[in-house]
Design a protein around this ligand. Structure first.
Ligand SMILES: Cc1ncc(COP(=O)(O)O)c(C=O)c1O
Length: 453
């Protein structure tokens, strides 16, 4: 870490300014398997796969070779006006077959945010074309993360979104975060909690009028909210309500999709039957920017009917369905499915979850939760009352900083530390990860105790 590089001309997204001022950025130089190296040769185990995306290793040779071949063949083209690269056609055929519901079309963007944003645009396009321009409201949940464009930041249920004037946009309603440990009433079972949230959904729909609601967005497991798997029966309780009022369900699979939860989709893990699926991140294993919207036949039919009015689909992005990105995504799918990465997720999940749950005995851990190859440790000042640490202690930031010093990258989110290692991680590397994390928590705990004394 080198102070010489800060401040620089680079404006750092989502970065902790005091740390930057004190230590400068970590300049990432290269990667190897599940590790990255900084410009001074220091090695770090990447416990978050970058941002949940680099799941096939930081030096994956097949992806690099595919990119080289694709660049040599057709380094760039768009997909407007009926022109398209073969790799986009091939990828789309493959994705609709793999989708968690019956599906028949894929639309491409460049990120998860753009894809979610486009879903909203499509829903509003349908509202207009179907003669219901008032059908504009979007339902989301507090603590959800759906992106950072103006619309998707509004869908995101985080307080920091309010730091921009006018956000969240008035078209968005946030429902209760489905986190049983934090949000359930005393003695309320997971199933009862789910039933209560379904009732809240139904009351919201009735109060606003079903005719005014364009769609309901949900991550199968809330990722950036702090890895929050849904409580038992949650989707089984809310889906019939959405069905009853004809409200489309959009599964934001940007984090869960392509194997993270131990099933190929989070929707399969939790019995979700979406009308549209949004994918990104793992789709290219982080080697190329891409977002994708997968459509059910019913949504396709409605959209194509609406398009007939305008003689075209009135939206698209210059680099959407990029030929190199689509070629990389094809190889990423090969690596995940036939190359053994998905099989490895299934094989090492029990070890990962066992190590994760074992951390629950630590004096500053309130809850250890997760599914598949993702998990979080929520830290608390008091394990009995679940009282969080005072914000000024920045406990999760401290843990992440100390872990970095110890050679582990993990992410602070609220008062939690989040883990989502690459799909190719071995049991030995999992043991190394949790060994560093336990030592780190001990060190932070001792530091907090010293400060309090
Ligand atoms: C569930 C979910 N949706 C959407 C996004 C936004 O994706 P991007 O950062 O590629 O715009 C993220 C990013 O982490 C995400 O976790």
């Amino acid at each position: 870490m080198s102070k010489r590089n800060y401040p620089s001309a680079f404006l750092h997204p989502f970065s902790h300014i005091p740390t930057l001022e004190e230590q400068g950025p970590v300049i990432v130089d290269r990667g190897e398997g599940v590790y990255i190296y900084d410009d001074r040769g220091r090695k770090y185990l990447e416990g978050n796969s970058g941002l949940w995306n680099v799941v096939l290793g930081f030096d994956n040779k097949r992806l690099i070779e595919t990119a080289q071949r694709a660049y040599a063949r057709l380094p760039a083209y768009h997909a407007f006006f009926g022109r398209v690269g073969q790799s986009a056609l091939d990828l789309s055929e493959r994705i609709v077959k793999l989708a968690p519901m019956e599906a028949n079309r894929v639309f491409y963007a460049n990120s998860g945010s753009e894809a979610n944003d486009t879903v909203v645009k499509l829903l509003w396009f349908l509202a207009e074309a179907e003669g219901k321009p008032h059908r504009r409201l979007l339902l989301s949940r507090r603590n959800a993360y759906h992106g950072m464009t103006v619309m998707t930041a509004s869908l995101t249920g985080k307080d920091y979104v309010k730091s921009a004037s006018g956000l969240p946009l008035k078209e968005v309603r946030h429902l209760t975060c489905p986190h049983h440990w934090r949000e359930a009433q005393a003695g309320e079972s997971e199933k009862d909690f789910s039933a209560r949230l379904a009732l809240e959904l139904e009351q919201t729909i009735r109060n606003t009028g079903a005719d005014h609601i364009a769609g309901f967005f949900a991550e199968p497991v809330m990722g950036a909210g702090g890895v929050i798997p849904p409580p038992e029966g949650y989707f089984q309780a809310i889906q019939p309500v959405l069905g009853k009022y004809g409200i489309p369900l959009i599964a934001d699979e940007v984090i869960c999709g392509f194997g993270r939860t131990g099933e190929f989709w989070g929707s399969l893990t939790y019995g979700i039957k979406p009308d549209m699926v949004v994918a990104s991140k793992v789709i290219t294993a982080g080697f190329f920017p891409m977002g994708a919207i997968i459509l059910s036949p019913e949504m396709t039919e409605r959209i194509e009917k609406a398009c007939a009015k305008y003689e075209e689909l009135p939206t698209g992005f210059t680099t959407g369905a990029h030929p190199v990105g689509c070629a990389i995504a094809m190889t990423a799918l090969d690596e995940i499915l036939e190359g053994g990465a998905f099989a490895n997720v299934k094989a090492v999940t029990p070890a990962f979850q066992k190590h994760l749950r074992a951390m629950a005995d630590h004096p500053i851990v309130g809850e250890a939760r997760g599914v598949g190859l993702m998990g979080a440790l929520e830290m608390v000042a008091d394990r009995k009352t679940k009282e969080p640490f005072a914000g000024s202690l920045d406990v999760s930031e401290r843990v992440a900083r100390q872990a970095l010093k110890n050679g582990l990258i993990c992410r602070p989110l609220g008062q939690s530390i989040v883990l989502a290692p690459p799909f190719i991680i071995t049991e030995k590397e999992i043991a190394e990860l949790f060994g560093i994390l336990r030592r780190t928590l001990d060190e932070v705990h001792a530091g907090i105790a010293r400060k309090a004394a």
